[in-house]
Design a protein around this ligand. Sequence first.
Ligand code: SAH
Length: 398
Amino acid sequence: MSATPRSSLADSRNNQERQDSSIATQQRESTQPQTNSIPPLLGSSLTELTQWVQQQGQPAYRGRQLHAWIYQKGARSLADISVFPKQWREALVDVPIGRSVLHYRSQSPDGTVKYLLRLTDGHIIETVGIPTFARGRDDSTQNQKSKERLTVCVSSQVGCPMACDFCATGKGGFIRNLVRHEIVDQILTVQEDFGQRVSNVVFMGMGEPLLNLDAVLEAVRSMNEDVGIGQRSLTISTVGIPGRIRQLAEHHLQVTLAISLHASNQRIREQLIPTARRYPLEALLDECREYVQITGRRVTFEYILLAGLNDLPEHAIELARHLRGFQSHVNLIPYNPIDEVDYQRPSPRRIQAFVDALEKQHIAVSVRRSRGLEKDAACGQLRASRFAAPHAGSNSEQ
Ligand code: SAH
């Protein structure tokens, strides 16, 4: 018996807007992974799974069972689903659920875990699990039970075409978009490994999520409705692609939008982010204002602090001028060093001076504490190049 491909799902993947920038056009040509002809089930809603089992001649309640086995019990193959009739299970062996294979796992002393996950076409992506503890709690009481939150930093692409100068992923180039099951799989993988429910997701791993918006939106739906993570606990981080922030806003989601701003003026931004040349700072901020208007959600601006380059009090004042009256929050990210460039992380005193200067201008600001720095799992240190090609470098299971 053959499974019926779910054409409506495949169609929605091809809906990407036509008015893309040249980067988007160029990257779309090499996007689709070589997978089985049957689309993987992971990422499908309860309704879709129910329709699918009915197409297979099974009663509707099997859809609910399938949903629970995929999202709660972590089934990796339909053959694992012991509540299904044996004969049917055997007939379904070729229908993929769409789970990745763990290629490498490493844990930092602070509890952050970095995963390298192997996709069906052999490419490797990086995912990070970040446990956070209750504020002010004594370290000695931090056991499994006292963990309050588990944040997953997910990848949306294999590599990234944006080529930001300070980012290790950007230095490695772009390979392809992820499809929805490959994004949702990252959440389930971390959840299963920690034995704890994922509470928050940030699209801050490899890739530019707004260049893969259809798959990201499908994954967001699934994380929300199938895995059970609140929309407000999901953050989409983008460097900004013309027109795409508005497009995202039109979906009226309650997700948090984070903009990788990183500069207080167009000149510095272009120096750090090559694609900023085609997207003036003012145009980006205008689109962000529209996002706030349409969704009623405030925007987070990420600002990587690079010593001597964008971390002077005058930059803070310039930044504040852009953000005055804007429902926003600035998240300062002290630079995490990468091999390819010699930017410096500012001293704690300089970071504090920047915070003070912003606060003096009444800008809401926080400083991101770097997690997993020891294991190259911190922001911007996720690197496709070492592991990307299916047959290059070390492929051994570790
Ligand atoms: N493409 C998206 C999401 C991936 S990057 C974006 O640009 O937002 C996630 C965050 O990590 C971004 O804010 C990015 O600027 C930051 N980042 C990249 N390299 C970094 C580095 N070396 N040190 C600190 N943060 C970095």
